[in-house]
Design a protein around this ligand. Structure first.
Ligand code: ADP
Length: 511
C-alpha cells in the first residue's frame, strides 16, 4: 500500500476530510507564490530589457551629438562659418535634443495606443528646471557617484493604483569636453550664456555623474498577466491535487470493499463446502440409520414368526427364548433411537460455555458410571492439577461418560482395567487424555471409529454413536479429538483439546 493510502487509512473521517482540503491548499499556495515570483521576475526583466534598449538608442544619440555634431560646430565656428555667439539648444544640447525626441516618441506611442514612458535626464544642477531631480532621483545621483560598481537601479512602484517599473542609471560621466558648456560660466559660448542667465548647468566637474537617466514604464499588463498565469496554474494544480487525494481515498475504499467482498466470498464458499459435507454426512447417516434400525426389526419379525408357528404347533419350549430375543432386539432398537435422539439434540442444544473445573466434570461422569466401574473393578487415576475449562458442563460430562464407558466396555480379560485421566502437551497443543489398558485399536481404524454407527466389533452391545457424539460436542466447543493406540491389546488413548482460560493454556505445570 502506498504512503498516501496508508496515511489516509490511519486517520478518522473528519481528519481525512481536513487533510483532503488543507494539503492541496497548502501545496497549491506554495506553488502559487513561487510561480508568481518567477513569472513576475521574468516579466520585469523583460520590461527592463525594453527600457535598456530605449536608453541605449538615446545614449547613441547623445554620443552622436557630442562626438560628431559638436566638433563639426566648433570647426564651423573656428572657420568663421558660424558666429562666436551662436548657440541653439535645439541643435547643440544633447539633453535638450534627447528630451524633445523622447516627447515626440511618446506622442507616436500615444497614436499607436501605447502607454507613454516617463523619461527624465534628472540632475541636481539642471540648466532647464524640468530636469530638476526629485528626492529619489537626487539620492540615486549620490548613490551612483559614491558606489561606482552600482550600474543601475530598478523598483516596482504603485502610483495612483497603477504599477510601474522605475529604472535609473547614471548618465555619461562629465569629461573635459563637457566642461566647455558645463564648466565655468565665463568659458561657455556667449549664445548659451544669453539663453541661460542663471548658474544652472555650470560649475560641473569632470569625472562626476552630473545626471541620471530616469524612466518609469507602466507594467500593469505584465503584472495582470503574472496574476492570471499564476491563478490559472494554481487552480489547475489545486484541482489536480484534490483529484489525486480523492483518487487515493477512492482507491482505499475500493480496496477495503474488495477485501470485504473476497472475505465474504471465501466465507460463503466455506459455508457451501460445510453444507455439502453435512449433506453427504446426512445421506450416509440416513442410509446407516435405516440399515441399523432394520436389523433389530428383521430379528423381531423373524422370531415373532417362529413364536407364531410354535404356538400354532403347540410347541412352547422355545417360546421363552424367542421372546427374549424379541425383547433384546426391541431394547437394541430403543437404545439406537435414544442415541439418535441425543445426537440430533447436539446440533441444537448447547448451553452457554462457562468456566468449570475439569475435576468436577470427571467426578460427575464417574458418579453416573459408579455401578459398572465398581462391577468391573476399574481403577481410575486423575491427574491432580487439571486446569479449568470454558465449556457447556452437561455436555462435557457426556463426553467424559462416553469415553469412560468405552474404556470399561473395551477392557481386556488379561489385566485389571486401569483408566488414566490427565493433560499433556501434544503436537496440537495441550490436550486432555483418557487412557486405558483395554483391547486397543488397529491403526487403520483410529479415524473411522468417530463415524456414525462405526463399530469395530459388530457383536459388541454399543450403537456406534458414542464417539460421533463426543466428536460433535468437542468440535462445538472449538476443540479437536483424536485417538491413539499401539494396536490391538495395547490399550487406547483418546485426546481432546478445549478452550482454556489464557493463564491455563501457558501453564507449564503440564509439560
Ligand atoms: P459404541 O461403543 O457404542 O460401539 P462408539 O462410537 O463409542 O460406539 O465406539 C465406536 C467403536 O470404537 C467401538 O465399537 C469400538 O470398536 C471402538 N472403541 C471405542 N472406544 C474404544 C476403546 N476405549 N478401546 C477400544 N476400542 C474402542
Amino acid at each position: 500500500m502506498k504512503l498516501p493510502e496508508r496515511l489516509m487509512n490511519s486517520l478518522g473521517s473528519k481528519d481525512r476530510l481536513r487533510l483532503l482540503i488543507v494539503v492541496p491548499l497548502i501545496l497549491a499556495s506554495i506553488v502559487a507564490v513561487g510561480l508568481y515570483l518567477a513569472i513576475s521576475n521574468y516579466l520585469l526583466n523583460d520590461a527592463t530589457d525594453k527600457i535598456r534598449n530605449v536608453l541605449l538608442s538615446q545614449r547613441g544619440l547623445h554620443i552622436y551629438i557630442q562626438k560628431i555634431m559638436h566638433p563639426t560646430f566648433y570647426r564651423a565656428r573656428d572657420n568663421g562659418k558660424v558666429t562666436l555667439d551662436f548657440y541653439a539648444p535645439e541643435i547643440f544640447s544633447s539633453s535638450f535634443i534627447v528630451r524633445n525626441m523622447h516627447e515626440l516618441y511618446n506622442g507616436e506611442r500615444k497614436k499607436e495606443g501605447l502607454p507613454i514612458i516617463y523619461y527624465k535626464m534628472a540632475s541636481h544642477n539642471p540648466r532647464n528646471p524640468v530636469n530638476q531631480a526629485d528626492e529619489q532621483e537626487a539620492a540615486l545621483i549620490r548613490l551612483f557617484n559614491e558606489h561606482r560598481n552600482i550600474r543601475e537601479f530598478k523598483q516596482v512602484q504603485t502610483i495612483n493604483g497603477h504599477k510601474y517599473l522605475f529604472y535609473a542609471r547614471p548618465f555619461l560621466e562629465t569629461n573635459t569636453a563637457c566642461l566647455r558648456c558645463h564648466g565655468k560660466r565665463e568659458d561657455a559660448p556667449i549664445g548659451l550664456l544669453a539663453l541661460y542667465p542663471g548658474d544652472g548647468g555650470f560649475n560641473e566637474q569632470a569625472g562626476v555623474f552630473r545626471a541620471i537617466e530616469s524612466l518609469r514604464v507602466p507594467i500593469n499588463t505584465e503584472m495582470t498577466t503574472a496574476i492570471i498565469a499564476t491563478s490559472s496554474v494554481s487552480v489547475g494544480l489545486l484541482a489536480l491535487l484534490a483529484l489525486f487525494f480523492f483518487n487515493t481515498r477512492l482507491r482505499t475504499l475500493v480496496r477495503a470493499k474488495t477485501t470485504d467482498l473476497s472475505l465474504e466470498i471465501e466465507e460463503r464458499k466455506a459455508r457451501e463446502l460445510e453444507l455439502e459435507n453435512k449433506n453427504a454426512e446426512l445421506e450416509r447417516f440416513t442410509y446407516t440409520v435405516s440399515h441399523d434400525l432394520k436389523s433389530p426389526l428383521i430379528t423381531i419379525k423373524g422370531f415373532a414368526g417362529s413364536v407364531m408357528k410354535d404356538v400354532h404347533n403347540g410347541r412352547f419350549d422355545r417360546i421363552d427364548r424367542d421372546l427374549q430375543r424379541i425383547t433384546e432386539a426391541a431394547d437394541k432398537m430403543g437404545a439406537l433411537l435414544n442415541d439418535l435422539l441425543e445426537l440430533s439434540r447436539i446440533g441444537r442444544m448447547i448451553n452457554q460455555p462457562t468456566a468449570c473445573s475439569m475435576h468436577d466434570i470427571v467426578r460427575e461422569a464417574m458418579r453416573i458410571l459408579e455401578e459398572p466401574l465398581t462391577t468391573h473393578n476399574v481403577t481410575v487415576t486423575i491427574q491432580p492439577d487439571l486446569p479449568d475449562v470454558t465449556v457447556d458442563k452437561m455436555r462435557m460430562v457426556e463426553v467424559m461418560q462416553n469415553l469412560l464407558e468405552n474404556a470399561i466396555k473395551y477392557r481386556t480379560t488379561e489385566a485389571a482395567p486401569v483408566v488414566e485421566i490427565g493433560m499433556q502437551e501434544t503436537s496440537r497443543g495441550p490436550a486432555f487424555f483418557v487412557r486405558d489398558n483395554g483391547i486397543g485399536i488397529e491403526q487403520s481404524y483410529l479415524e473411522t471409529i468417530f463415524g456414525l454407527f462405526n463399530k469395530l466389533d459388530t457383536r459388541s452391545d454399543g450403537t456406534g454413536i458414542g464417539l460421533a457424539l463426543v466428536r460433535r460436542i468437542i468440535e462445538f466447543h472449538g476443540g479437536r479429538i483424536w485417538a491413539e493406540s499401539q494396536g490391538p491389546g495395547m490399550g487406547s488413548s483418546f485426546y481432546f483439546t478445549l478452550p482454556l482460560p489464557a493463564a491455563a493454556a501457558t501453564n507449564d505445570k503440564h509439560p
